[in-house]
Unconditional design. Structure first.
Lengths: 373, 207
């Protein structure tokens, strides 16, 4: 009997205690609940375009597969973390949340980026009545991990949505070569830290080798790949270690090339884009001592979507291992300069030496002429 | 006022070609240095140096084809072709002259005429320059001018750095050659005689 009386009290206390210790988001709206409606491709709402100020029909469909691969989902950001004004869903209503939601403010999390953006040309456009939102460039539900993204992926998904690089770049020699290998913000946000990304590429299949493929080809232990390559364990792969790596690949009859690209670090400063502030001094890049090539790394992407980056000695860029990327003057082969000096000095010295001997032998010829006469 | 026999040796098209080529080479070499060594030289901005290099490059390419059409059309291209039967002997004789004979006052064993303008050493060098080195330089320059457009060809050649290596080694060779060429041009009967001949077309031969 006594036991029966204790039971509700004891278990009631357990429940209260558990609830007080449990994360509050246990009770939050789950993503799956949102997708009850938002996986419907026909879900729309009437809205107004913020640039054209015209009535538009806006899709409210969210592709769940694409969302799951987004950087926000990977990092555990749920729908209601951004749509924070949805606290609960009322399934008795046709629309289970408020009809008009607050605008999502990316700066709630991306505070630094917001600060940099405030002083950018994209913010100043507001004075002309055009509002550039974060997601106009970055999108929202499907924002990708850009860390290992190529120049094409970076620019196609952001800058090229609005800008045509073939306009305003008439002054730039070999513009298309720059656009293919240099990310826009490297020049347009000159303060942003940048680095060279190297990737193994097969010219025949026109595909990049993934980390998993290389591990399999080289029969390496997944966890020991860097120890195998970086033999002196100084956390930077130098030219000798690179020789060994290419030799190992050659032994497996694999002859990849190294594709190189100059990209910006994932850094809020990349938002600091202003009219007239772009890097236009070519010599800052096209010089052998340019700081633009101080950071060089090789990227290995893994099948689970993650990637690893290994630091490389910048001397690699001046070697013939990177023979499909050449930055005029900047990554020139220094050995050629020495050979060139020898060739030119050889020509000049031969001519000068011959001339000197002719001068020294003037008397000889004069004597011969006099004897002849 | 001359003391020797004047021989018409450089026809007008050859002289025009030569001086366009010469000024083109000087400009290409100067801008080439500015482009490759932007951190050392500062006589022109890099975009300007590249623009001048590109324009002049095309002038030199067009000029090469004028030269080729003229020499092939007139049949005079044979002056560039050495006779393999006596090439070694004649070349050695010419080497002996430049290495010894010229210092002791021996006459040049080769006497230039319109039909036999070049000594065997010149024949070998000019043949290599006009039919191998210059076309290679023009082709590599053309590919480097538009690297994205010619990307497939560049990849077939082993990549842009290898292509650049060819272009740069030839650039060093031509720069070096310019010293030798100009110096050898002073070895006429007066230091300026051959330079004048390349303007007037007439070379003076003295007994």
């Amino acid at each position: 009997m006594r036991k029966m009386n204790d039971f509700p009290l004891r278990y009631g206390l357990y429940i209260i205690l558990t609830c007080s210790l449990w994360p509050t988001n246990l009770w939050a709206v789950e993503n799956s609940e949102c997708f009850e409606c938002h996986s419907d491709e026909s879900l729309t709402k009437e809205s107004t375009d913020n640039i054209l100020q015209a009535a538009i029909t806006e899709s409210l469909y969210v592709d769940e597969d694409k969302f799951e691969k987004s950087i926000h989902n990977i990092n555990g950001i749920a729908c209601v973390d951004c749509h924070a004004d949805i606290e609960e869903l009322d399934w008795n209503e046709e629309v289970p949340h408020a009809l008009y939601l607050e605008m999502v403010r990316c700066v709630w999390c991306h505070e630094d980026s917001g600060e940099e953006f405030k002083n950018s040309v994209h913010m100043k456009m507001r004075t002309k009545g055009i509002t550039m939102t974060c997601y106009a460039c970055h999108g929202y539900h499907y924002v990708h991990q850009m860390e290992g993204a190529s120049v094409a992926e970076r620019t196609n998904s952001i800058c090229l949505k609005c800008h045509n690089p073939n306009q305003f770049h008439d002054w730039l020699p070999s513009g298309d070569a720059h656009f293919a290998s240099v990310e826009c913000v490297v020049c347009h946000a000159p303060e942003v830290p940048r680095h060279i990304d190297l990737r193994f590429y097969d010219l025949l299949t026109k595909k990049f080798y993934t980390g998993d493929e290389l591990v399999k080809i080289l029969s390496l232990d997944f966890d020991k790949i860097i120890q195998t390559i970086d033999t002196n364990q100084d956390e930077i792969i130098d030219l000798n270690e690179f020789d060994d790596l290419f030799f190992m690949l050659k032994q497996k009859n694999i002859r990849p090339i190294l594709r190189a690209e100059l990209v910006a670090d994932i850094n809020s400063i990349a938002h600091q884009i202003n009219r007239g502030s772009a890097q236009k001094t070519c010599e800052n890049c096209h010089a052998s001592d340019s700081p633009y090539f101080n950071a060089v790394s090789i990227i290995l992407t893994w099948d689970d979507g993650t990637l690893e980056r290994y630091n490389i000695d910048r001397a690699i860029l001046e070697s013939y291992y990177v023979s499909h990327f050449y930055l005029l003057g900047g990554t020139r082969v220094k050995l050629l300069d020495k050979i060139g000096l020898l060739i030119i000095a050889g020509g000049a010295c031969t001519a000068f030496g011959h001339f000197v001997i002719r001068v020294l032998t003037i008397s000889l010829r004069r004597r011969k002429k006099e004897n002849g006469n | 006022m001359t003391n020797g026999k004047l021989i018409y040796i450089y026809p007008l098209p050859v002289r025009v070609w030569h001086w366009i080529n010469a000024s083109g080479f000087v400009l290409l070499i100067l801008t080439g240095f500015q482009i490759r060594y932007a951190e050392m030289f500062n006589f022109m901005t890099l975009p300007n140096a590249i623009a001048v290099h590109n324009y002049v490059g095309f002038v030199v390419i067009a000029n090469f084809f004028i030269w080729l059409i003229y020499y092939l059309g007139s049949g005079n291209v044979k002056i560039y072709i050495p006779d393999p039967r006596n090439l070694a002997a004649l070349a050695l004789r010419q080497v002996h002259y430049y290495g010894y004979g010229i210092f002791v006052g021996k006459p040049n064993p080769h006497i230039a005429t319109a039909e036999n303008k070049f000594n065997p050493l010149q024949q070998v060098v000019y043949l290599a320059i006009m039919f191998v080195f210059l076309p290679a330089q023009m082709m590599s320059g053309l590919f480097l001018w538009q690297i994205k457009r010619y990307e497939e060809y560049i990849n077939l050649l082993g990549g842009i750095k290898l292509l650049d290596t060819i272009h740069v080694l030839l650039f060093f060779f031509f720069s070096s050659y310019l010293f030798i060429h100009c110096y050898l041009a002073t070895l006429g009967h007066t230091p300026l005689a051959r330079f004048k001949a390349m303007f007037t077309g007439y070379e003076e031969h003295r007994e």
